[in-house]
Design a binder for this molecule. Structure first.
Ligand code: HEM
Length: 274
């Protein structure tokens, strides 16, 4: 008899804890991040300036942003995806034995998990600075809307985003429902039916935000967005006591002839004397 036949695997031995952590990680922090991310991106519907100010808020974390991303987003996501793949491969026995086993939603949950994995990996390579090493990293935090809009222009890319967003949102919204079963929040058939409506509402809201963000980004007038972003960058530099940066597409002469008001909220109390 081989060793693997007599001793249960690490996953089988610790399956309760692993599955609970897997389930929890799908809600917080990964699911919570997904909601904030899609709603933040949807702010582009209010204009390039609005989206830029949301991005500036996130990037005001400075060097702290890297550990925050790894601790609250990447590591929990890697953990959830790894356990997810083990479950799909049948390596974690006796999980997912919900009443809907055999149902199309059970299969879709697994299929959308795999699509979400491929999509998120590709999305990171395409836009996150870490992807620059392999020809991606197209997102520029100081040119938030224009750089994203340019990356999303090709029709095929927009189609990939549409499939990726809808799959990830379905996975999360349907996952909310199974999560409630995992943790014993809804136990009776009537409670499960009510919970279904919560999942559907969350799914519709997030699908709307995600597709809204995609459409909003693709509708952005890139040149106009760049002009807004340049001015916002100048305001930031001015508040830091620096000169505006001339860019290739906008000579200093054009820039210095422009006047703009500094939004009251952007002026720190120390500079306004209040
Ligand atoms: C934004 C990314 C993701 C979010 C927000 C998310 C969220 C969730 C949630 C909330 C659940 C329900 C947990 C439960 O039933 O207790 C779940 C289940 C699941 N997730 Fe994810 N997930 C994500 C990505 C992934 C990825 C990349 C995979 C990899 C394949 C994956 C695989 C699975 C599987 C297989 C299940 C079903 C487990 C079962 O019912 O037995 N997920 N996910």
């Amino acid at each position: 008899m081989s060793q693997s036949e007599i001793s249960p695997s690490f996953f089988a031995k610790n399956q309760f804890l692993i599955f609970r952590l897997f389930s929890l990680s799908g809600l917080v922090p990964v699911g919570a991040f997904l909601m904030v991310h899609l709603l933040t991106n949807a702010s582009v519907l209010a204009g390039a300036g609005t989206f830029q100010s949301r991005v500036d808020m996130i990037h005001s974390l400075g060097p702290l942003l890297i550990p925050v991303e790894w601790i609250f987003i990447f590591l929990p996501m890697i953990f959830h995806a790894t356990v997810g793949f083990i479950i799909i491969a049948g390596g974690l026995p006796n999980v997912g034995s919900y009443a809907y086993v055999g149902n199309v939603r059970y299969t879709l949950q697994r299929a959308t998990g795999m699509i979400a994995f491929a999509f998120i990996l590709w999305h990171l390579i395409q836009l996150h600075w870490m992807g620059a090493a392999v020809g991606g990293g197209q997102f520029d935090p100081h040119r938030a809307s224009s750089s994203t809009a340019a990356a999303l222009q090709p029709t095929l890319v927009a189609i990939f985003y549409c499939i990726g967003i809808l799959s990830t949102v379905f996975h999360f919204a349907n996952g909310l429902w199974t999560l409630g079963i995992t943790w014993g929040v809804w136990t009776s058939p009537a409670a499960m039916r009510r919970a279904n409506w919560i999942s559907i509402a969350v799914g519709i809201l997030l699908a709307g935000a995600g597709i809204g963000a995609l459409v909003g980004m693709r509708r952005i007038d890139i040149e106009q967005a760049q002009a807004i972003e340049n001015r916002m960058e100048d305001v930031r530099r001015m508040l830091d006591g620096q000169e505006p940066t001339p860019t290739q597409d906008e000579p200093t002469s054009v820039r210095s002839s422009q006047t703009f008001d500094v939004p009251a909220g952007l002026v720190p109390a120390s500079k306004t004397g209040t």
